[in-house]
Design a binder for this molecule. Structure first.
Ligand SMILES: Cc1cc2nc3c(=O)[nH]c(=O)nc-3n(C[C@H](O)[C@H](O)[C@H](O)COP(=O)(O)O)c2cc1C
Length: 326
Protein backbone atom coordinates (compact mmCIF):
# COMPACT_ATOMS: atom_id res chain seq x y z
CA UNK A 1 0.00 0.00 0.00
CA UNK A 2 1.22 3.48 -0.81
CA UNK A 3 0.00 6.63 0.94
CA UNK A 4 1.75 9.36 -1.00
CA UNK A 5 5.38 8.33 -0.75
CA UNK A 6 4.86 6.16 2.36
CA UNK A 7 5.11 2.57 1.26
CA UNK A 8 4.09 -0.39 3.40
CA UNK A 9 5.39 -3.49 1.72
CA UNK A 10 3.21 -6.02 3.53
CA UNK A 11 -0.53 -6.02 4.23
CA UNK A 12 -0.90 -2.90 6.44
CA UNK A 13 -2.22 -3.10 9.98
CA UNK A 14 -2.85 0.36 11.40
CA UNK A 15 -3.35 1.50 14.97
CA UNK A 16 -6.53 3.59 15.15
CA UNK A 17 -6.33 7.07 16.62
CA UNK A 18 -7.92 6.97 20.08
CA UNK A 19 -8.33 9.86 22.49
CA UNK A 20 -6.44 9.37 25.77
CA UNK A 21 -5.18 6.00 24.51
CA UNK A 22 -2.82 6.41 21.58
CA UNK A 23 -0.23 8.55 23.29
CA UNK A 24 3.46 8.06 22.54
CA UNK A 25 3.94 5.27 25.06
CA UNK A 26 1.08 3.15 23.73
CA UNK A 27 1.97 3.89 20.13
CA UNK A 28 5.50 2.68 20.72
CA UNK A 29 4.32 -0.53 22.38
CA UNK A 30 2.02 -1.21 19.40
CA UNK A 31 4.85 -0.41 17.00
CA UNK A 32 7.01 -3.02 18.70
CA UNK A 33 4.26 -5.55 18.04
CA UNK A 34 4.20 -4.69 14.37
CA UNK A 35 1.62 -1.93 13.84
CA UNK A 36 2.54 -0.51 10.44
CA UNK A 37 1.11 3.00 10.74
CA UNK A 38 0.34 4.83 13.98
CA UNK A 39 -1.78 7.89 14.63
CA UNK A 40 -1.89 10.40 17.43
CA UNK A 41 -5.19 10.83 19.21
CA UNK A 42 -7.29 13.54 17.57
CA UNK A 43 -6.09 17.08 18.17
CA UNK A 44 -8.42 20.08 18.23
CA UNK A 45 -7.51 22.61 15.55
CA UNK A 46 -8.94 25.45 17.64
CA UNK A 47 -6.66 24.57 20.56
CA UNK A 48 -3.62 24.15 18.30
CA UNK A 49 -3.98 27.57 16.75
CA UNK A 50 -4.33 29.10 20.21
CA UNK A 51 -1.11 27.42 21.33
CA UNK A 52 -2.79 25.59 24.18
CA UNK A 53 0.17 23.93 25.86
CA UNK A 54 -1.60 20.68 26.70
CA UNK A 55 -2.64 20.32 23.06
CA UNK A 56 0.75 21.18 21.61
CA UNK A 57 2.25 18.32 23.64
CA UNK A 58 0.06 15.87 21.75
CA UNK A 59 2.05 16.68 18.61
CA UNK A 60 5.22 15.08 19.96
CA UNK A 61 6.33 12.05 17.99
CA UNK A 62 9.51 10.00 17.98
CA UNK A 63 11.36 8.71 14.94
CA UNK A 64 10.87 5.18 16.23
CA UNK A 65 7.14 5.52 15.48
CA UNK A 66 7.39 6.26 11.78
CA UNK A 67 5.33 6.22 9.72
CA UNK A 68 3.04 8.17 12.02
CA UNK A 69 0.13 10.49 11.35
CA UNK A 70 -1.16 13.44 13.31
CA UNK A 71 -4.95 13.59 13.36
CA UNK A 72 -6.73 16.93 13.56
CA UNK A 73 -10.37 17.96 13.74
CA UNK A 74 -12.39 21.13 13.72
CA UNK A 75 -15.35 22.95 12.24
CA UNK A 76 -13.67 26.06 10.78
CA UNK A 77 -11.75 25.73 7.54
CA UNK A 78 -9.27 28.50 8.41
CA UNK A 79 -8.52 26.92 11.77
CA UNK A 80 -8.03 23.52 10.16
CA UNK A 81 -5.59 24.77 7.54
CA UNK A 82 -3.62 26.69 10.15
CA UNK A 83 -3.65 23.67 12.47
CA UNK A 84 -2.46 21.42 9.64
CA UNK A 85 0.52 23.73 9.10
CA UNK A 86 1.33 23.67 12.81
CA UNK A 87 1.02 19.88 12.84
CA UNK A 88 3.32 19.68 9.82
CA UNK A 89 6.06 21.42 11.80
CA UNK A 90 6.06 18.48 14.21
CA UNK A 91 7.25 16.41 11.21
CA UNK A 92 4.73 13.58 11.06
CA UNK A 93 4.61 11.43 7.93
CA UNK A 94 1.02 12.36 7.22
CA UNK A 95 -1.89 14.47 8.41
CA UNK A 96 -5.23 12.75 8.99
CA UNK A 97 -8.54 14.60 9.19
CA UNK A 98 -11.14 13.30 11.59
CA UNK A 99 -14.67 13.32 10.16
CA UNK A 100 -15.78 10.47 12.39
CA UNK A 101 -15.90 11.58 16.01
CA UNK A 102 -19.49 11.11 17.22
CA UNK A 103 -19.18 12.97 20.54
CA UNK A 104 -21.99 15.48 20.95
CA UNK A 105 -19.80 18.42 21.89
CA UNK A 106 -17.82 17.89 18.69
CA UNK A 107 -20.29 16.51 16.13
CA UNK A 108 -23.10 18.90 17.04
CA UNK A 109 -20.74 21.79 16.36
CA UNK A 110 -20.16 20.47 12.87
CA UNK A 111 -16.73 18.96 13.51
CA UNK A 112 -15.79 15.25 13.45
CA UNK A 113 -18.77 13.20 12.25
CA UNK A 114 -20.78 16.44 12.20
CA UNK A 115 -19.13 17.13 8.86
CA UNK A 116 -21.13 14.22 7.40
CA UNK A 117 -24.10 16.60 7.51
CA UNK A 118 -22.41 19.20 5.35
CA UNK A 119 -20.63 17.48 2.49
CA UNK A 120 -19.86 20.66 0.49
CA UNK A 121 -18.04 22.01 3.54
CA UNK A 122 -16.31 18.69 4.13
CA UNK A 123 -14.99 18.71 0.58
CA UNK A 124 -13.95 22.34 0.79
CA UNK A 125 -12.18 21.79 4.11
CA UNK A 126 -10.40 18.68 2.87
CA UNK A 127 -9.16 20.44 -0.25
CA UNK A 128 -8.00 23.41 1.81
CA UNK A 129 -6.01 21.16 4.17
CA UNK A 130 -4.51 19.22 1.24
CA UNK A 131 -3.42 22.53 -0.31
CA UNK A 132 -2.06 23.90 2.97
CA UNK A 133 0.58 21.23 3.61
CA UNK A 134 3.26 19.34 1.72
CA UNK A 135 2.55 16.06 3.51
CA UNK A 136 0.07 13.39 2.40
CA UNK A 137 -3.38 14.09 3.83
CA UNK A 138 -5.77 11.26 4.67
CA UNK A 139 -9.35 11.18 5.94
CA UNK A 140 -11.02 8.98 8.53
CA UNK A 141 -14.80 8.94 8.63
CA UNK A 142 -17.92 6.83 9.07
CA UNK A 143 -20.62 5.44 6.77
CA UNK A 144 -22.82 8.50 7.18
CA UNK A 145 -24.71 10.43 9.84
CA UNK A 146 -27.43 7.83 10.36
CA UNK A 147 -28.97 4.79 8.69
CA UNK A 148 -31.06 7.04 6.41
CA UNK A 149 -27.94 8.77 5.21
CA UNK A 150 -25.44 6.10 4.29
CA UNK A 151 -23.44 8.31 1.96
CA UNK A 152 -19.85 7.16 2.10
CA UNK A 153 -20.00 5.41 -1.26
CA UNK A 154 -21.40 8.59 -2.82
CA UNK A 155 -18.79 10.93 -1.35
CA UNK A 156 -15.67 8.78 -1.55
CA UNK A 157 -14.86 9.88 -5.11
CA UNK A 158 -15.38 13.52 -4.23
CA UNK A 159 -13.05 13.10 -1.27
CA UNK A 160 -10.50 11.40 -3.50
CA UNK A 161 -10.69 14.30 -5.93
CA UNK A 162 -9.57 16.71 -3.20
CA UNK A 163 -6.14 15.06 -3.33
CA UNK A 164 -6.27 12.91 -0.20
CA UNK A 165 -3.98 9.93 -0.30
CA UNK A 166 -6.05 7.36 1.63
CA UNK A 167 -9.49 6.99 3.16
CA UNK A 168 -10.27 5.08 6.35
CA UNK A 169 -13.87 4.07 6.88
CA UNK A 170 -15.29 2.97 10.22
CA UNK A 171 -18.30 0.80 9.42
CA UNK A 172 -20.78 2.62 11.63
CA UNK A 173 -22.89 5.76 11.40
CA UNK A 174 -22.60 8.69 13.76
CA UNK A 175 -25.82 7.79 15.53
CA UNK A 176 -24.57 4.24 16.17
CA UNK A 177 -21.67 5.65 18.18
CA UNK A 178 -19.76 2.46 19.02
CA UNK A 179 -22.82 0.22 19.41
CA UNK A 180 -23.93 -2.79 17.42
CA UNK A 181 -21.75 -4.50 14.86
CA UNK A 182 -19.90 -2.55 12.23
CA UNK A 183 -21.16 -2.97 8.68
CA UNK A 184 -18.34 -3.43 6.22
CA UNK A 185 -20.51 -3.86 3.10
CA UNK A 186 -20.31 -0.17 2.19
CA UNK A 187 -16.59 -0.17 2.88
CA UNK A 188 -16.39 -2.98 0.33
CA UNK A 189 -18.53 -1.01 -2.09
CA UNK A 190 -16.17 1.97 -1.91
CA UNK A 191 -13.15 -0.29 -2.30
CA UNK A 192 -14.67 -2.00 -5.33
CA UNK A 193 -15.64 1.22 -7.07
CA UNK A 194 -13.38 1.08 -10.16
CA UNK A 195 -12.89 4.84 -10.05
CA UNK A 196 -11.37 4.73 -6.58
CA UNK A 197 -7.60 4.47 -6.75
CA UNK A 198 -6.50 5.63 -3.29
CA UNK A 199 -6.07 3.00 -0.55
CA UNK A 200 -9.24 2.18 1.36
CA UNK A 201 -8.64 1.18 4.96
CA UNK A 202 -11.38 -0.70 6.77
CA UNK A 203 -12.09 -0.20 10.46
CA UNK A 204 -14.49 -1.67 12.99
CA UNK A 205 -14.54 -4.65 15.32
CA UNK A 206 -11.28 -6.35 14.36
CA UNK A 207 -10.56 -8.49 17.39
CA UNK A 208 -8.20 -11.17 16.09
CA UNK A 209 -6.59 -12.72 13.05
CA UNK A 210 -9.74 -14.46 11.90
CA UNK A 211 -11.87 -11.32 11.86
CA UNK A 212 -9.12 -9.47 9.97
CA UNK A 213 -8.74 -12.26 7.42
CA UNK A 214 -12.49 -12.49 6.91
CA UNK A 215 -12.77 -8.76 6.17
CA UNK A 216 -9.81 -8.80 3.81
CA UNK A 217 -11.21 -11.78 1.89
CA UNK A 218 -14.74 -10.43 1.75
CA UNK A 219 -14.16 -6.75 1.12
CA UNK A 220 -10.68 -6.52 -0.43
CA UNK A 221 -9.62 -3.53 1.65
CA UNK A 222 -6.07 -2.23 1.31
CA UNK A 223 -5.44 -2.08 5.05
CA UNK A 224 -7.04 -2.84 8.38
CA UNK A 225 -7.19 -0.38 11.24
CA UNK A 226 -7.50 -1.68 14.79
CA UNK A 227 -8.79 0.36 17.71
CA UNK A 228 -10.38 -1.16 20.81
CA UNK A 229 -8.96 -4.58 20.08
CA UNK A 230 -5.52 -3.19 20.91
CA UNK A 231 -6.33 -1.67 24.30
CA UNK A 232 -4.88 -4.01 26.91
CA UNK A 233 -3.84 -6.25 23.99
CA UNK A 234 -1.23 -4.38 21.95
CA UNK A 235 0.15 -7.75 20.83
CA UNK A 236 -2.96 -8.04 18.62
CA UNK A 237 -0.83 -6.70 15.77
CA UNK A 238 1.52 -9.68 16.11
CA UNK A 239 -1.43 -12.08 16.41
CA UNK A 240 -3.16 -10.74 13.31
CA UNK A 241 0.08 -10.70 11.31
CA UNK A 242 0.75 -14.30 12.33
CA UNK A 243 -2.72 -15.35 11.26
CA UNK A 244 -2.49 -13.56 7.92
CA UNK A 245 0.86 -15.15 7.16
CA UNK A 246 0.31 -18.66 8.55
CA UNK A 247 -3.49 -19.03 8.49
CA UNK A 248 -3.44 -20.24 12.05
CA UNK A 249 -3.64 -18.70 15.48
CA UNK A 250 -0.63 -17.70 17.51
CA UNK A 251 -0.71 -19.43 20.90
CA UNK A 252 -2.30 -17.38 23.67
CA UNK A 253 0.07 -15.01 25.42
CA UNK A 254 1.01 -15.99 29.00
CA UNK A 255 0.35 -13.88 32.07
CA UNK A 256 4.11 -13.60 32.50
CA UNK A 257 4.47 -12.02 29.08
CA UNK A 258 1.45 -9.79 29.64
CA UNK A 259 2.92 -8.54 32.89
CA UNK A 260 6.19 -7.62 31.23
CA UNK A 261 4.41 -5.85 28.37
CA UNK A 262 2.34 -3.85 30.87
CA UNK A 263 5.53 -3.04 32.83
CA UNK A 264 7.30 -1.82 29.71
CA UNK A 265 4.27 0.26 28.75
CA UNK A 266 4.12 1.75 32.25
CA UNK A 267 7.85 2.59 32.18
CA UNK A 268 7.45 4.42 28.88
CA UNK A 269 4.38 6.20 30.17
CA UNK A 270 6.34 7.54 33.17
CA UNK A 271 9.26 8.54 30.98
CA UNK A 272 7.15 10.37 28.45
CA UNK A 273 4.59 12.08 30.70
CA UNK A 274 5.03 14.88 33.13
CA UNK A 275 3.90 14.96 36.74
CA UNK A 276 1.44 12.27 37.66
CA UNK A 277 -0.02 11.84 34.19
CA UNK A 278 2.01 8.72 33.49
CA UNK A 279 0.22 7.02 36.38
CA UNK A 280 -3.28 8.26 35.59
CA UNK A 281 -3.10 7.40 31.93
CA UNK A 282 -1.95 3.85 32.61
CA UNK A 283 -4.99 2.99 34.71
CA UNK A 284 -7.32 2.26 31.84
CA UNK A 285 -4.64 0.15 30.19
CA UNK A 286 -3.80 -1.78 33.37
CA UNK A 287 -7.48 -2.59 33.86
CA UNK A 288 -7.64 -4.12 30.42
CA UNK A 289 -4.27 -5.88 30.48
CA UNK A 290 -5.49 -7.96 33.39
CA UNK A 291 -9.19 -8.16 32.62
CA UNK A 292 -10.74 -11.50 33.44
CA UNK A 293 -8.19 -12.69 36.01
CA UNK A 294 -9.94 -14.58 38.78
CA UNK A 295 -10.07 -12.98 42.25
CA UNK A 296 -8.13 -10.04 40.93
CA UNK A 297 -10.14 -7.32 42.67
CA UNK A 298 -7.77 -6.48 45.57
CA UNK A 299 -4.70 -6.30 43.34
CA UNK A 300 -6.63 -4.44 40.69
CA UNK A 301 -7.66 -1.79 43.19
CA UNK A 302 -4.05 -1.28 44.26
CA UNK A 303 -2.83 -1.20 40.70
CA UNK A 304 -5.40 1.39 39.71
CA UNK A 305 -4.87 3.70 42.67
CA UNK A 306 -1.16 3.56 43.44
CA UNK A 307 0.97 6.59 42.67
CA UNK A 308 4.23 4.85 43.49
CA UNK A 309 6.20 3.23 40.66
CA UNK A 310 7.96 0.75 42.94
CA UNK A 311 4.65 -0.35 44.41
CA UNK A 312 3.17 -0.82 40.93
CA UNK A 313 6.16 -2.87 39.84
CA UNK A 314 5.78 -5.00 42.97
CA UNK A 315 2.11 -5.55 42.17
CA UNK A 316 3.11 -6.65 38.67
CA UNK A 317 5.55 -9.13 40.25
CA UNK A 318 2.76 -10.39 42.48
CA UNK A 319 0.44 -10.89 39.51
CA UNK A 320 3.16 -12.85 37.80
CA UNK A 321 3.61 -15.00 40.87
CA UNK A 322 -0.05 -15.54 41.78
CA UNK A 323 -1.26 -16.35 38.28
CA UNK A 324 1.80 -18.38 37.34
CA UNK A 325 -0.26 -21.35 36.14
CA UNK A 326 -2.02 -19.26 33.50
C1 LIG B 1 -11.56 5.47 23.59
C2 LIG B 1 -11.69 5.77 22.13
C3 LIG B 1 -11.19 6.96 21.62
C4 LIG B 1 -11.28 7.24 20.26
N1 LIG B 1 -10.73 8.38 19.79
C5 LIG B 1 -10.68 8.59 18.44
C6 LIG B 1 -9.95 9.68 17.89
O1 LIG B 1 -9.31 10.47 18.60
N2 LIG B 1 -9.96 9.82 16.54
C7 LIG B 1 -10.63 8.95 15.71
O2 LIG B 1 -10.60 9.11 14.48
N3 LIG B 1 -11.34 7.93 16.21
C8 LIG B 1 -11.34 7.72 17.53
N4 LIG B 1 -11.97 6.61 18.02
C9 LIG B 1 -12.57 5.65 17.07
C10 LIG B 1 -11.55 4.57 16.67
O3 LIG B 1 -10.46 5.14 16.00
C11 LIG B 1 -12.20 3.51 15.78
O4 LIG B 1 -12.66 4.13 14.61
C12 LIG B 1 -13.38 2.80 16.45
O5 LIG B 1 -13.07 2.47 17.80
C13 LIG B 1 -13.78 1.53 15.69
O6 LIG B 1 -12.71 0.66 15.59
P1 LIG B 1 -12.53 -0.62 16.59
O7 LIG B 1 -13.80 -1.41 16.51
O8 LIG B 1 -11.33 -1.35 16.07
O9 LIG B 1 -12.34 -0.04 17.96
C14 LIG B 1 -11.92 6.33 19.38
C15 LIG B 1 -12.45 5.15 19.91
C16 LIG B 1 -12.33 4.86 21.25
C17 LIG B 1 -12.89 3.55 21.77
Amino acid sequence: MKIGNIEIKRFPLLLAPMEDITDRSFRQVCKDFGADILYTEFIASEALIRNVEKTLKKLAIDDHERPVGIQIYGHRIDAMTEAAKIAQEAKPDLIDINYGCPMKKIANRGAGAGMLKDIPKMIKMTRAVVDAVDLPVTVKTRLGWDSDNLIIDEIAEELQDTGIKALTIHGRTRTQLYKGISDWSLIGKVKNNPRIHIPIIGNGDIKDGESAQEKIDKYGVDGIMIGRGSIGRPWIFKEVRHFLENKKKLSEISIQEKTEIARDHFKRSLELKEDKKGFYEMRRHFALYFKGLKNFKPLRLKLLTSMDADEINNILDLIKEQYREN
